[in-house]
Write a protein that binds this ligand. Structure first.
Ligand SMILES: Nc1ncnc2c1ncn2[C@@H]1O[C@H](COP(=O)(O)OP(=O)(O)OP(=O)(O)O)[C@@H](O)[C@H]1O
Length: 259
């Protein structure tokens, strides 16, 4: 009996540590690249010192730090207002019954559908690149994108090359902002995306690229950008630029990420 209790306790401990790690990872992902990262690091350090003083039974210092952390919690809500909002949004809009659900059985069917529309999207980007037409395409994975779709116009068109090309055509009324693609359908146009504050993004990239980084770091969506200046295609995932050798490799990469 004692042995079992011990085992159960250890299992919960491990689970506890994993959950805290996941939580810290997501908080880090949210504040990464913004000024908030310094505040976040400061808090983690103060918290660790506080725990250490408790462990070493340094009563005075531990009570001072304890008070500081108690009051600090309210200050944090104010300082991290934006981040807390994004965090709740991220949790609330994760679609657990979505595409990557292990219990979903129609894999093969969906894979085929993904095959087709990814080819079309990349072909369209290639064409847009040759004419130096800027484009910004967000492809949904699990996280619902309603909060960004609301900033643009609703649409429901099956992905096809001429449509994508004509949306981003400079004289088109729809060319501004991003388009959102869900399950092979364009579901929104003229969408305004959250712009990333990441200071590591090279200066040659402008707002369009920053917006693509922003949506891919705040949600699990992936994004494609065609640069207006160079015609170059960039692929963003998890807030980072993904390097690819050629368009074939890019297509394979996107298909893998969407499957
Ligand atoms: N936050 C955003 N959400 C969606 N689209 C955006 C956003 N910011 C910019 N864009 C799109 O990018 C276009 C170009 O913007 P801007 O001229 O500021 O960037 P840029 O310097 O050309 O960007 P890049 O060099 O990254 O292509 C805008 O007209 C708009 O269509």
């Amino acid at each position: 009996m004692i042995g079992l209790d011990f085992l159960e306790f250890r299992f919960l401990d491990i689970l506890d540590i994993i959950l805290v790690s996941v939580l810290l990872y997501y908080v880090y992902k949210l504040v990464k690249g913004s000024a908030a990262i310094n505040i976040f690091t400061g808090i983690v350090i103060i918290y660790l010192i506080w725990k250490l003083t408790q462990l070493l039974k340094m009563e005075m210092l531990s009570s001072v730090l304890g008070e500081f952390i108690g009051v600090g919690m309210f200050a944090l809500i104010v300082v991290f207002q934006q981040e807390i909002r994004k965090f709740l949004l991220m949790i609330g809009s994760t679609n657990f019954s979505g595409k990557n659900n292990w219990f979903q059985l129609n894999f093969s069917n969906r894979e085929n559908k993904t095959q087709n529309y990814v080819d079309i999207i990349v072909e369209a980007c290639k064409k847009l690149g040759t004419t130096k037409t800027g484009a910004l395409i967000v492809i949904r994975r699990n996280t619902k994108l309603d909060f960004v779709k609301n900033t643009g116009d609703d649409m429901d068109i099956k992905v096809n090359r001429p449509i994508i090309e004509s949306i981003f055509y400079k004289n088109s009324t729809l060319h501004d902002g991003a388009i959102v693609i869900e399950d092979g359908r364009i579901t929104a146009t003229r969408v305004i995306l959250p712009v990333s504050n990441d200071r590591d993004i090279p200066l040659r990239f402008g707002l369009r690229h920053r917006a693509a980084v922003g949506i891919s770091e705040k949600t699990d969506a992936v994004a494609l950008v065609v640069s207006e200046e160079t015609g170059q295609i960039s692929y963003l995932k998890n807030g980072e630029f993904n390097i690819f050798e050629d368009l074939e490799k890019l297509i394979d990469q996107i298909k893998e990420d969407l499957s």
